[in-house]
Structures are given as structure tokens and as C-alpha cells.
Design a protein around this ligand. Sequence first.
Ligand code: NAD
Length: 508
Amino acid sequence: FQRRTFPRVIQSYTRLASTMAPQLKDPSLLKQNVCYVNGEWVSAKSGKTFEVHDPSTGKLIGTAPEFDEADTKTAIKAAASAFETFRHKTGRERSKLLRKWYDLMIENQDDLAKLITWENGKPMADAKGEVTYAANFFEWFSEEAPRIYGDVIPSSVPGNRVLTLKEPIGVCGLITPWNFPAAMVTRKIGPALASGCTVVAKAPGETPFTSLAIAELAHRAGIPAGVVNVITANANTPAVGQVLTTDPTIRKISFTGSTGVGKLLMKQCSSTLKKLSLELGGNAPFIVFDDADVDVAVAGAIASKFRSSGQTCVCANRIFVQAGIYDEFAKKFAEKVKTFKVGNGFEEGITHGPLIHDRAISKVEAHVRDAEKKGAKVVVGGNKMPELGPNYFQPTVITHMTTEMAMAEEETFGPVAGLFKFSTEEEVVKIANSSEVGLAGYFFSRDIERVHRVAEHLEVGMVGVNTGLISDPAAPFGGVKESGFGREGSLYGISEYQVTKMVTYGGM
Ligand code: NAD
């Protein structure tokens, strides 16, 4: 990364403060500071709010309502009442609503992207990409809504007929994280609405404004009142979570976030036996075999490891490189990382933004220091960047990693790439699978037999072969082991929001 860009970035803060911030506060730019319940914009009944800060500067962006248990119950009631009507809309009607919502997201791509960059910190180009990706879930599921079919099953009893009906499960509670403020929520709402469900979505405390802006577009798209409710809370989050997971009206919870919170929500859901989807943390192995195209592997590792400054659940967390090409890969990879331009995501040409908050910085720093202490070598970066702002960390490359280091076990969730050396396929697959979590895994090889073998042996829910980017609304996204269960996107994603009802017709 280029240190010489720093003064330019610092100068830019003055310009941003004078031009960008007032522009962003323009209400036409979708920023709402109230929640969306039953088709109306509402504050918390207590009047309490919480502050949201720009991770780039630490400055206040605005406040959002601090919803409590009673506020949450009001939203659930609205969703339950709307469900009675919405479930009977035809697939075609639901499809048109989702398509309109998709169109509005694309029309408002720039404004949504500005909100994402403002509250999440990722560069504008990435934020725009996220808006497209997020909107694509509405498009994809608008196309699926009219094609929800049951089956006709030959009965084993003479004269009987067996049919299955795919019915919407009911009111759904959705809880999403800050790292993809737009895509995580549309990935859940799209299939829920396509199926005929209604939702109460709890936005992340760090990035509530993107979810609220998407709710504003739901309103403009004509989504009926109560079908989509978006609520916010920060300090009260566990209380809101408690209501969502225990209220008997809610029939399904879909959660994306950390494994710890996922386990807690699963326990809470047990009292009312809700259907549950959990998209949890990862510790993705990224394996480069000697027979790989090294340049392709380097590009894949850069994309996978450093997108959103390493704050993606599918990002490469452990990069294993076979001994024969380790030095060449490490050199080329480090050279690429040195070209990154770190700074405020609104700045032209910035490739990598800040981390979300100081806790993220502390974790990343602890992982780097731990690796150094245990014998690893920091070849690029390795330190905080206070000269840029409170939450910046240098894109970092570390060689000579070993499995005793914290980064081998825990999700770093930051811009730090640790390179491990391995000798054999058997050895690396064993180490890759030693993790308790299994979300994504990647490997690079040009040996067709190895490609099939390793893809089948990795204990993960998603495999990237000769690519570092795997997210696609058309493909099932989800994990195994402690990365959770359930799939989002694709036809599999829609079944998460359905009940299969069997009907037997006797004596026909
Ligand atoms: P987190 O679990 O702390 O928070 C996620 C969401 O849960 C937020 O909205 C938060 O407010 C809410 N929450 C926290 N405690 C809660 C409680 N007691 N009851 C109800 N809701 C509660 O996770 P995070 O640190 O914000 O997000 C990063 C994590 O998310 C990483 O582990 C990452 O791997 C994971 N993630 C997974 C996927 C996936 O698809 N598998 C995608 C993105 C992020």
C-alpha cells in the first residue's frame, strides 16, 4: 500500500467535511432516522435513540431509534396482521412487487452506496457493487415467486392421491450484520416475500441507515403495510432478540452473524421450536497447489482476502501454499498488497477503507502480535494507521505461519493475510478440515483429478476452485459444522421460508 497517498487522504477529510457530509444529509438521499413499522415511520415509544458513527472519521452520522421489547411486539403484530392477506397474493403479484423494489434499488444505487460507505467505510466502488449484488436478490426471487410448485406423489395405497403444497411459513424474524449492510438483509427478505411471508428485520446497530433506506424503497415500491418492518436497536439488541426468538407468532428466524450469537439464538428459539437458518462465522482455507497458475492464484487470494478490508465471512483466513511455489507466491502477493491505497472510501482511487470499530482493530492487532511472537515474519504492514483515522490498519502479509498461531484457529476479520507452507495434499486437507467452522474454502490447481478430489474432501458449505469470488444470488450460500445451517440464494434459499404440507386424498 502506498504511504505517499496518506497526506492526500488527510487533506481530503477537510473537503469531505465541507462537501460530502452536507450533501449526504439531504433527506432526498434516502437517509431515514426512524424505523419502518406497519408502513409508517416511527420512533421508539420511549423516545430513546442510539448514535451511529462513521468508522472512517469517528464522527457522528446520526441517530436511530432504540427499540425495546414493546416496540418489537408492535412490529411483530403488524407483520402477523399483514401475513393474513399477503400469503394469499398470487406469485405473480408478489413477483411484481419485488421487481419494482429491485428497479428502485438500481435507480438509487449511488445514494444507497453513499450510505453504505458512510456507515460501513468500504470504498464507493465496493459499495456500488454491493448495491447491485443486494438488488439482485430481489430480481432473482421476483423470478422465482411465480414458480413455487408442489408435487403429485404416487401413493402406496390403491386409490389414494398424495399432493404437496408449498406454503409460506409465516412471520419471520431477520437479524443481519454490518459487513454487508444492504446484501445481508435483501438476501433474506427476497425469498421470504417470494414465498408469501412477512418480516420483522432487525438492522445492525453499526449500520442501520442502509436497511432503513431499503425500507424507504419498499414503501415507494408499494409493498403493502406490515409486510416489511425494519427496526433498530443497539443497547437493547439482546432484548429485541429475545422477543423475536420467543414470540410464538414468529415461525422462523434467519440470522447472519457470529457463531456465539447464533448459538444463543438457537437456544432461545427452542422454547417455541422455530425454524432456523444460521449463517455464521468462517475460517476459510485458501489452498494453492504447486500445479496452480500462480498469477491466477495471487489474484484470487487478493480478492478473497482483502475485499471489504478482510471483513467478509467467506474471506480467506488461512492461506496454504505448497512448498514448490511458496516463495514465488509470497513475493507476488506481497507486491500486489503494497499497491493498495488505504483511506476514506469516498476518496477517488481508494481501494481499502477502515475497519468497522476499535474492537475489530484490537483483534487484528492481537493476531499479528501473536503470530510475530510465535516466529512468523511480517513482510508488509503490521500496524495501526492513526494518521488516517481511528479504525485503520495496514494491509498486512505475514509469512512463516504455523498452526499454533491464533490466526490458524480464529476468524481474523481484517486485512491480514497469513501464509502457511505445506508439503502434501493429504496434509493440507487435514489441516484445512481441522477447523470447527466450515463456511467457504478455496483451492487452486490445474490437475482435474485433484480438483474433484479436494472439492469433495473439504468440510465446507461452499468451494471456490480457481476463483476467490463465489457469491452469486443463483448459488446456494451457507455453511456446515459451526458455520451454521440453511442456505440463502438459489432455489434452496426459498425453501427455507416454506412449509411442505402433504394432502392425501382417499378413495379416488
Ligand atoms: P454479531 O453476531 O455480533 O451481530 C450480528 C447481528 O446480530 C447484529 O445485528 C447484532 O446487532 C445482532 N445481535 C447481537 N447480539 C444479539 C442478541 N443477543 N440477540 C439478537 N441479535 C443480536 O456479528 P458481527 O460481529 O456484527 O458480524 C460479523 C460476524 O458475522 C462474523 O463472524 C462473520 O463471519 C459473520 N457473517 C457471516 C455471514 C454468513 O453468511 N455466514 C455473512 C456475514 C457475516
